[in-house]
Design a protein around this ligand. Structure first.
Ligand code: V55
Ligand code: FE
Length: 504
């Protein structure tokens, strides 16, 4: 049977599947990696091992890979591995693609109707020394944080009974607790939500079960020191479409967004659902939230419509590329008010970022000044010919937003370099907010290879201070995660997955 990716419209050129696993000891570096960077950058990527089984399938249903860049003393080691999901293991054994469209088991080979659809392709996160690769349809995959070997699809010793788990848990930087939620948490289409509270040592202490006001994709959420904030979206699902072999989600502009707010020390009876008009419907990623007095304030990118062409509009209308773009908004929920809606303010008018908004995570839930985002900026130099991508169509910039002064600083890595979500790395654990670096993978579409670019977060316009050069192109990233070595210690001299002779 031929293994042929030519029918996959997303898998072209730079973005064709790579299908390799690799290990590079002491990568080539251009410039100098700052000595105060000491830790591990993980990223989760989508990379198909087999051509999609169904012509309508999407990259978000491709196999998950985890990349690891380990940095110390100006050196960087690189490793990448597929996550051994149950799906990976059975497809490897059968040497073919068995799973159908994104989150619709009825379109899969009957052989795997009872096998987990987990692709583990969205976020890597480290809590209590454990590395998880997450996909919101499924429980976490637990990996070895040094070798990237897979241990298991994890249910926290039987304590986590939901069938799904968000790709966006939040770690409270003050308490070290991890909070997470599950939607469609009792199986496909269920209106059950679970909100999970993990102690700093990783123990799942309790799960609060509530009913969702609408069954929709719920990709990200937010926490404050006192509340959890759960937005629904306009990505709807229903049984008839699944039974007809359809996709799991369609964008429905008439579906209003609800936002549930529950006290962290509360219970199911304490959740309060606010309701927005449909045009406030598309929160994909949040930035930060705070509880101030009896107000809950959420700063978040909000798109004007469908956020991703991988998901079709319910009425079959063409994808609206302008509505996909976000504005940064501040939503204020007044818990003293009887109103069932919220106040909205656009905080950086005229700027249309992606939803890949990040901050200095040490200040999550707290007052903050800086955020970082990924954008396509047509005013920055862009080589449409060498890259093969028209100006303005590529995400070629990182912006730093100053939430006090409203000023913006821009970073770009090169005229054919496409960027992903920016990752902030503090200079030291006790450095002031925003004092540190921004790093991430840039894909050089002209040279057909990838690099890890590192910039000083306070001097973004100066460009990269170092580039870690990959001798090949890497896969498509979804999200990244930084762990300082003070949180996840490692032995930089040790070859963690070498099992041969020891000459020492
Ligand atoms: C998102 C990503 C996903 C997914 C659902 O960016 C939503 C949003 C990478 O997988 O399954
Ligand atoms: Fe995400």
């Amino acid at each position: 049977m031929a293994i042929d990716f030519s029918g996959d419209p997303f898998a072209k050129g730079f973005f064709a599947p790579t299908r390799f696993e690799a290990d590079i000891h002491d990568c080539e570096v251009e410039g100098d990696i700052p000595q105060d960077i000491d830790g591990t950058f993980y990223r989760t990527c989508v990379d198909r091992r087999y051509p999609q089984r169904h012509p309508r399938d999407i990259p978000y249903n491709a196999d998950g890979m985890v990349d690891m860049f380990r940095i110390r003393n100006g050196h960087c080691d690189f490793r990448t591995k597929y996550v051994r999901t149950p799906r990976y293991v059975i497809e490897r054994r059968e040497r073919r693609s068995l799973f159908g469209v994104y989150r619709n088991k009825l379109t899969s080979d009957p052989l795997v109707r009872d096998v987990s659809i987990n692709t583990a392709n969205t976020t890597p996160i480290v809590h209590a020394g454990k590395l998880f690769a997450l996909k919101e349809s499924s429980p976490p995959m637990l990996l070895d944080p040094h070798t990237l070997e897979t241990f298991e699809e994890h249910d926290f010793g039987g304590a986590m009974t939901a069938t799904s788990f968000t790709a966006h848990p939040k770690i409270d930087p003050v308490t070290g607790e991890m909070l997470a939620f599950s939607y469609e948490a009792k199986g496909d289409l269920s209106d059950d939500l679970a909100i999970h509270f993990f102690a700093a040592d990783g123990t799942l202490e309790r799960s609060v079960w509530v009913k969702a006001p609408a069954v929709t994709m719920m990709h990200d959420w937010a926490i404050t020191d006192k509340h959890v904030i759960l937005p629904t979206t306009s990505m709807v699902t229903d049984r008839a479409r699944l039974e007809a072999g359809g996709d799991h989600f369609y964008y429905d502009p008439d579906q209003p967004a609800y936002v549930g707010i529950m006290p962290r020390d509360g219970d199911a009876k304490d959740i309060r659902w606010f309701r927005g008009p449909p045009e406030r419907a598309m929160v994909v990623h949040t930035l930060n939230a705070r509880t101030i007095g009896n107000k809950v304030i959420l700063d978040t990118p909000v798109a004007g419509g469908n956020f991703n062409p991988q998901f079709a509009n319910i009425d079959g209308s063409p994808f609206d590329h302008d509505a996909r773009r976000n504005t940064m908004r501040r939503w204020t929920f007044d818990l003293d008010s009887a109103s069932d809606t919220w106040e909205e303010e656009i905080i950086f008018p005229g700027i249309r970022p992606t939803s890949f908004a990040r901050m200095d995570d040490r200040f999550l839930t707290q007052d903050f000044r800086w955020s970082f985002n990924l954008l396509g900026d047509p005013d920055l130099p862009w080589d449409a010919q060498a890259s093969g991508v028209p100006a303005g169509a590529a995400t070629n910039a990182w912006y730093r937003f100053d939430h006090h002064g409203m000023a913006i600083a821009k970073f770009f890595a090169g005229p054919a370099h496409v960027l992903f979500e920016p990752q902030f790395v503090p200079r030291r654990d006790d450095a002031p907010e925003g004092d540190g670096y921004i790093l991430g993978v840039a894909n050089d579409l002209a040279a057909m290879r990838s690099e890890l670019v590192i910039a000083d977060a306070q001097h973004l316009a100066d460009g990269p201070v170092a580039r870690v050069l990959m001798p090949f192109r890497l896969h498509m990233q979804v999200h990244g995660w930084w762990v300082p070595s003070t949180t996840l210690p490692f032995d930089f001299g040790r070859d963690y997955d070498y099992h041969g002779p020891d000459y020492a």
